[in-house]
Structures are given as C-alpha cells and as structure tokens.
Ligand binder design. Structure first.
Ligand code: ADP
Length: 915
C-alpha cells in the first residue's frame, strides 16, 4: 500500500514537473511556438481565394510595358480611373506618394483619387535610423491625402524570424499622431462606416459588423505627445491568417488595367488593392508559407509582396479568421494530460519486445498530440499548446523511464538480497569443512585448496592443518620446521579455472590414488562454491542495472541448479515418492512411483494422492477427505503396511506426513509427502520362516512320528517277518515322502531366492515332453490312466532350462495321473501361442472346486478331498511349477470343473524379453 502511494506520488510529481517544464520552455522560447504554428498553417494548405478581393499588381509585365519605376503619377491616375470605373467597394493604394513630382502629374493623381472617392492611401511609420530612434510618419502628399477617403498605415510587424504575422491596428508616431491600419481603413471605407463609429475596447475593435479581437499585451501602449498632451495609444495587434503562398489572390496586371483590357465588371463591389508585386520593386516580406516550394505559375519567389499581405489582412477581418490562443490554464492541463498519457503508454507497453512496444507507444502518443493539435488549429482556429505538450511529452518520457529504471533497480536489489539469503541458507557447504574432510580422508597434516582463473593469480580457497606456503605460480613450500613431510600438489583443470589441491603428508606415504581422486572432487566442489560466493560478495558495491540483472540471473540459475539437483535426488530415491499439495493433489511422482503405480507421471500429476494409494491397494478409498484433514489439520503422521496386489503382490511401508514451512514448530502446511518403502523382501523372509515352521511342525511331524513309532516297534519287538516287512515298507514310504518334501521345498526356496541360475538352452518342447512322459508311463499304467500325446505339430524351440521345464511338466502330468479315477484319459498337447509355446495337460479327473482354485499354487496347499486319501502328496508341486514358469518369464493357469476334469496350461516364451 505504502509503495503504491509512493509510486502514485512520484508519477504525479513527474506529470506536474513535465507540464511546468513545457510551460516554461514555451514561454521562454516563443519562436518554437511560432515555428510550429507556421508549420501547421502550411500543413493546412492554401484556402480557396475569396472573390471580393482583387489585386491590381504592378508586376514584371507592367514594368516591361511602362519602363522602369518610378512611373509618372499620371499612369497611377489612369489606373485609379480604370479601377474606379468598375465601382469597387474600396481602393487601397499600397504605394507611397510622399515626395512631390511634377505638378501636373501630382494633381492628376489627386484628381483621380478624389473622383474615385473611396481610395485609401498609404502612410508608413519610419524610424530615423535603421537601429530605431525617433519614428515619424512618411505621409502622402497633402493634396493626395486630402483627395483620399482616408489614410491607412502599411506597417507590418515581423517576428524575430522576419516573418510577418501581425499588424498593429493603430500606430502612432512620436508626436502621438495615430493612423489606423490600411486593411481596417479599407473595410471601413468599403462599408461606409464613419471614422467615429469605430469602437475600441481593450479586447477588440468593432468595425461595423466586423469584430477584430485584439492580441498581445494591450496595456503596452505607444505613448505619444500630441499638441503638448501625452496620449497613450494601445499597441493592439491582430494576427493575419494567410490563405496561401504568394499568388493566392485574384490578381490583374496594372498594365492590363491601364490599357483597359480588364472588363470593369470584374472589379465591381470588390476591395481592389493596388500595389507592387514585381520582385524588382522590393516591398516583400516573408510569410508563414515561405517554405512552400513555389510551383504555381503566379508565384514570385517565396517572399510575399506587401499588397498580398494587405489582401490577407483584409480577408482575415472579412472572414473573421482569428486564431485564438489556448488559455494558460488549459495549456497547462493539456501538458499534464500529455505527460500522464505518456507515462501510461510507457507502463502499458511492457513485456516481450519491450523496446519496440515502447517506441510504438511513444509514437502513438506523439501522433495523438499532433493530430489533436492539428484538429484544434484547423477546425477551432485555436493555436494548440504544442510546444508545451511536446516538451511535457519528452520530459514525461524521460522522467518516466528514469523512474522505471530506479524502481527496477530497487526491486532488483531486494530480489538479489532475497535470493542471496535463500541461497546461503540452502547451501550447506562449509569451506573449512572441505579442507578438514580432505585432511581426514588423506590422513594429511596440512591441506590447502587454491584456485586460479585462466591466467590469473592463485588464490587460497581454504586450508587446514600445517600452513602450506605458496611460492611462484605453482610452487608450494612447507615451513622449515615441518621436516619429514612431503607435499603433493594435484592440479585439476576445470572449464574456467584451475583448482590445485595441496596435501602435506608424512614423507614417503602419499595417499592412495582413489583417495586422491575423492579429495580432488571435494576440492573442486569447495572451490566452485567459493568462486560463486566471491562473485557476489561485493553485491552492495554500486553497480548498474545490467550488473544487477546479471547477478539476479546468476543467482537464479544457481537456485535452479539446486532445484534440479534436489529434483534429481528425489527422482533417484529407491522408494516410491509422491508429493502433493495441501489439497492432496499430486505434484511430483518419482520414477519408482511411476513403476510401482504403473501410471505415467503426467497422469499421476493432479490426481488425489489418497485416491491413488487406495486404488493401488485395490481397496475402496474410504473417506479421503477425512484422511486429508488428519494429515493437514491434525498433522498426524501415517505409517502402515500396504500391499499392492498383482501377479507378484508387493509389500510396502507407507509413510505420509505434512510438509511444514518451519523446520519444526507449527509453520503452515505446504503439502504432503508420501513414501513407500519396499518391504516385499522382508515379507518373503517372514513367509519363508512361516513356511519352514509349517513344514517342520505339520508336514514333517506326521511322517517322522510314523517312522519313529514303527522303527521303535521293529527295534523293540521281534515281529513276524510279514509284519516287519510291511512296517519297513511303510517306513521306507514315509522316508521317501519326507525326502521328496524336503527336496521339493528346497527347490522352491532356491528358485524363489534366486540362488538357482537358469541354464538356458534351446529346447524343443515336443521332445522334452515326450521324454518326460516316457518316465511317467509306468505310473500311468499302474493307475490305469491312458496318457495321450497330442504333439504332432512342430512348435518353436524355446530358450529354457530343460531340466526345470521337464520337472514342471512332470509335476503337472503326475497330478493328472494322481487325481483321476481309473480308466480315464490325460491328454498332453503343445502348440505355439503368442510369442511362446503352451503345453496343455487336460485330464478327466476329479476337478478342483471353485474356492480351492485360487489357493492351488500356494505352498503346502492340498484340496481337501476324500478321493485323495491314498494319494501321497506335499502340496508343493504346483508351487514349484509356478515358480519355474515365472522364472522363465512364462505362466501357469488352470481351468477346472468338479467331476469333469482339469486343464493346466504352462506357457513359456520363446526367449525372454519377448514375453
Ligand atoms: P500334491 O500333488 O503333492 O499334493 P500339488 O501342489 O501338486 O501337490 O497339488 C496341490 C493340490 O491340488 C493337490 O493336492 C490336489 O488336490 C490338487 N490338484 C493338483 N492337480 C490336480 C488335478 N489335475 N486334478 C485335480 N486336483 C488336482
């Protein structure tokens, strides 16, 4: 909040300062404003010429016709006569007749002027010297003055750049003799307004229906002394609006008028201005159109003849084309607005491609200002405060960027500081401990780690134990008193530095090579951490934005490296590791989790952790919300065994706990971390123990008891030979059963533990099965079972351990024989399926009840069945078959229905890897 208001404050200051600067510059350098106005007038372009103003031009053509100037005044008289014949509104004679010439000429002129009756003659205020001094009127000859309707002054005020922009409505000489401007007088005469009817206020001059607004500081008056009294005439100015470059007005050649080539009607009801336009006659001034390249045929260079300036002045009054100034307060407001707009544009145009965006935004603001100014100027006839606005724009742009860079700099500083703190709290490497560890590992008395940048001098990173002195670029020395020690220097080249590890060890007993390598790795890690710290150690030193950005970048990359390291470390954890947010959604799953949960990491991400775990255990998720509450709110830890079912059920220890922001103590909960440690092995060991217990306590006890009982009887009593024979046969059977049980059990255990190595070779299944069946034929015959071979089809050879495979088949076939009634069949067939071969043993035996099927492959399991009463068994055969099948990457399956028989299918892949 505070920074926000400080921000806004600084923006407001920039806006005000920019507007003030604009106001100051436009006030102190009015020329800029003038220049801009001229440009805008030129940009506006010429306007169509009015049809009530005509110029009779003393042009080059007239000079060619009547010879060099001055001409006889009789010529002027003829021109006036010809003009007057057209009955113009008024004739403004923009020629000075101050000096007398020949009497007949002068009086001819006076006569013509008098006859016309509406002629305004020119007077000019002239300073005594070019540098100024007393000003006096250059008045027309008294005869001419009297004949004329009135006298008007033809003085034009030029700016410091020589451009004629204004006229003084009234001018007075030092004696206070005031004369009105010729344009004003011509209109007055043309409209037949008496001199007294002109009213003048400090703001405007009322001339009949025309209002001339006055400009400038009216209080600055021209003071004159008239007839002994001091008189102040206001220096009221009006601005001329030029309709175009020279030649814009309808103009007739003086020669044509004198020669009567212009129809009188052309001049009717017009203000006719007679004056010089020929370049050789001078009387030219610069107009705002001075820069316009002359292209029309009627253009005489770029300076404008006085008579055209007069025409423009008259037109300005007639059309009321007065430009007004923007009021000061409004101008200031505009400046402030432009500054605000500039700041806004700069702050909006950030992000990618910032340079281009910023330039574009600034260009847009400039275009807006110029367009608004142009509209303002051409439509509303108001001079826009462009200088002020442009200066304000530039200033706001500069100050805004400056401010932005300050703000960015300050933000970078604080960001650097934050990351530095975080980084140093994370980095645990202690320089001193590195040297100490090396000393311990290498059994050294002194250790020093040096580093040198490419070509740079060696610098000590850390040391421990005896002081090792550095001499020269790569030489090291021990202090004199440490005799019986040797020095070992190990230089390690790194991409941008050389790290040198120096070890002082007991003479003649350097550390082993392996230890040296380990020490070198520790030294490099320490040196690199040291170098990183070095780079940033003087972070407070005044540095530029670029440096700050670079350090930030560097710090950032270090943090990223660390994050990557931690990520990799988590990924390489052997346990299943799942990290979830406070909402229980998984955000991280390591490769082991992916493997155990059998779901890609991306699919796991975003899923509910508790749901995923429940799903893996194949149990209903219960109430995951409740568990989440217990974890996150109560911060209870979960620790329990879970079993992930499958072909090989796996057992894990699940540990779940909340991750808290503080190391200990309350701290807010950031997420949940769950780990699953595989305890299948322990489980198996436990299972084996249980099996052994079962084997010894149940399975072995019965035969052993029988053997013991019968052998006791045999030993103690002298039994008749027949009974003794039966008994010893029974003892033999029990012993055989025991032996088989033990050897089968050991076989399984060896297979399970991985102690048995498969001796794979290419096995032709038909041949192998045939051999096995040959051995079982006697048993089958004894029990009245027909063994039918269905092995005619050539199956692919498989890579397998022939002995194990044969023992599996033998188990299955002997089961088919054992668990079938007399006079039934057992069909053994083999065929290619998938990428392997399946061997099928189908019998017409008792079959296996539904609920026994799932236990059939478990160790020691036997179907509880009266028919099996005479069948000796261990319940280990099928467990062994399954173990053999799985070791080969294959499987064993059973289909069975009670009373009609069972089908066991053993499948082995052709070669492992294709399974
Ligand atoms: P054993 O045959 O030594 O008892 P096994 O593991 O080979 O041990 O068999 C386990 C049990 O499965 C047997 O006790 C038997 O009840 C049942 N069984 C096995 N094969 C068949 C079969 N082909 N038909 C019916 N029952 C069978």
């Amino acid at each position: 909040m505070k920074t926000n208001s400080a921000n806004n404050g600084s923006l407001a200051v920039i806006i005000v300062v920019s507007a003030l600067l604009g106001a100051f510059i436009s006030w102190s350098a009015p020329g800029i404003d003038q220049y801009i106005r001229d440009r805008m007038i030129r940009a506006r372009g010429p306007l169509p010429p009015p049809d009530d103003i005509a110029i009779v031009a003393i042009d080059e053509q007239s000079i060619a016709r009547f010879g060099r100037f001055p001409w006889s005044r009789a010529l002027s008289a003829r021109a006036i006569d010809a003009t007057a014949a057209g009955q113009p509104k008024a004739i403004a004679l923009d020629v000075l007749y101050a000096d007398p010439t020949s009497e007949p000429d002068d009086s001819a002129l006076s006569r013509s002027i008098h006859q016309a009756g509406n002629v305004v003659v020119a007077a000019q205020l002239i300073a005594a010297t070019p540098a100024g001094g007393a000003a006096n009127w250059l008045m027309p000859l008294p005869a001419v003055e009297h004949a004329a309707a009135t006298v008007g002054h033809v003085n034009v005020s030029t700016g410091s750049d020589g451009i004629a922009r204004q006229i003084l409505v009234n001018m007075a000489d030092d004696q206070g003799h005031a004369i009105g401007a010729m344009a004003v007088e011509a209109i007055r005469v043309g409209d037949g307004i008496p001199e007294q009817a002109i009213t003048e206020t400090s703001r405007e001059v009322l001339l009949g229906s025309h209002v001339i607004p006055l400009e400038g500081d009216v209080s600055s008056a021209v003071v004159g002394i008239h007839g002994g009294t001091t008189q102040a005439i206001p220096a009221a100015r009006m601005t001329i609006d030029y309709i175009g470059p020279p030649g814009s007005y309808k103009s007739y050649s003086f020669a044509d008028v004198v020669d009567g080539r212009i129809p009188a009607a052309q001049l009717r009801n017009k203000y006719v201005l007679i004056g010089a336009t020929a370049a050789s006659l001078g009387d030219r001034l610069a107009s705002p159109f001075i820069h316009t390249a002359s292209s029309g045929p009627n253009q005489h260079g770029s300076l404008m003849p006085g008579v055209e300036i007069l025409a423009n002045t008259i037109n300005t009054i007639l059309r009321s084309r007065y430009y007004s100034e923007t009021p000061g307060w409004l101008a200031f407001l505009c400046g402030a607005l432009v500054a605000a707009l500039t700041l806004f544009a700069l702050s909006a145009a950030q992000g990618r491609f910032e340079g281009i965006k910023q330039i574009g935004a600034l260009a847009a603001v400039i275009a807006m200002v110029l367009l608004a100014g142009y509209f303002w100027f051409t439509r509303l006839l108001v001079f826009p405060p462009l200088t002020l606005s442009l200066v304000s724009f530039a200033s706001a742009g500069l100050l805004g960027e400056l401010r932005r860079s300050f703000v960015a700099s300050a933000q970078l500083d604080s960001a650097i500081e934050d990351i530095r703190r975080a980084e140093s709290s994370l980095s645990a490497t202690n320089m001193g401990s590195a040297a100490q560890s090396i000393a311990q590992l290498a059994n050294a008395d002194g250790v020093a780690i040096y580093t040198s940048q490419l070509g740079g001098r060696m610098r000590l990173v850390t040391e421990h134990g005896i002081r090792i002195l550095q001499k020269g670029p790569a030489g090291f020395l021990l202090p004199a008193q440490s005799a019986e020690k040797d020095l070992l220097a190990i230089p390690i080249e790194r991409p941008n530095a050389t790290v040198t590890l120096v070890i002082a060890h007991p003479a003649g007993r350097p550390p082993w090579l392996e230890v040296q390598r380990l020490c070198a790795a520790i030294a490099v890690s320490a040196a690199e951490t040291w170098a990183d710290k070095e780079k940033l150690s003087r972070w407070w030193w005044p540095r530029g934005l670029t440096w700050k950005a670079q350090s930030l970048h560097y710090l950032n990359s270090r943090i990223l490296d660390r994050a990557k390291f931690v990520d990799l470390a988590l990924r390489s954890v052997e346990d299943v590791l799942l990290i979830a947010g406070v909402d229980g959604r998984i955000t991280f799953a390591n490769p082991r989790a992916v493997a155990v949960l059998d779901s890609p990491e991306l699919a796991l991400r975003g899923r509910d952790l508790l749901e995923v775990l429940a799903e893996a255990e194949q149990r209903s998720p219960g109430s995951p919300r409740e568990s989440l509450v217990r974890l996150v709110v109560d911060r209870a830890k979960v620790e329990r065994e879970v079993t992930i079912p499958g072909m090989h059920p796996r057992h894990f220890m699940l540990r779940m706990a909340a991750v808290r922001s503080g190391e200990d103590g309350p701290g807010s909960v950031l997420g949940i971390v769950a780990s699953l440690s595989d305890i299948t092995r322990q489980h198996e060991l436990q299972q084996t123990k249980n099996d052994v217990m079962a084997l010894v306590s149940h399975e072995m006890r019965t035969p052993l008891t029988a053997i013991q009982g019968m052998s006791e009887l045999l030993a103690q009593f002298d039994l008749d030979p027949e009974r003794a024979h039966v008994m010893s046969a029974a003892i033999h059977d029990e012993a055989k059963r025991l032996t088989r049980m033990i050897s089968q059990y050991l076989d399984i255990t060896r297979l399970e533990s991985g102690a048995t190595v498969l001796r794979r070779s290419a096995v032709r299944i038909e041949a192998m099965v045939e051999r096995t069946l040959l051995m079982l034929d006697p048993l089958a015959a004894a029990r009245g079972i027909r063994l039918i071979r269905n092995l005619g089809f050539a199956t692919s050879p498989v890579l397998a351990d022939a002995d194990l495979l044969s023992s599996a088949v033998s188990n299955l076939v002997s089961n088919a024989i054992k668990y079938s009634p007399r006079d039934s069949e057992a069909v053994v067939s083999a065929k290619n399926t998938g990428n392997g071969v399946s061997i099928e043993i189908a019998d017409q035996g008792y079959g296996i009840p539904e609920d026994s099927l799932k236990h059939i492959f478990e160790k020691f399991y036997r179907v509880p069945r009266v028919e099996d009463v005479d069948v000796p068994g261990t319940g280990l055969g099928l467990a062994l078959v399954r173990e053999i099948a799985e070791l080969h990457g294959g499987s064993v399956a059973v289909r069975s229905s009670v009373g009609s028989g069972s089908v066991f299918t053993l499948w082995v892949p052709c070669s492992e890897g294709q399974a």
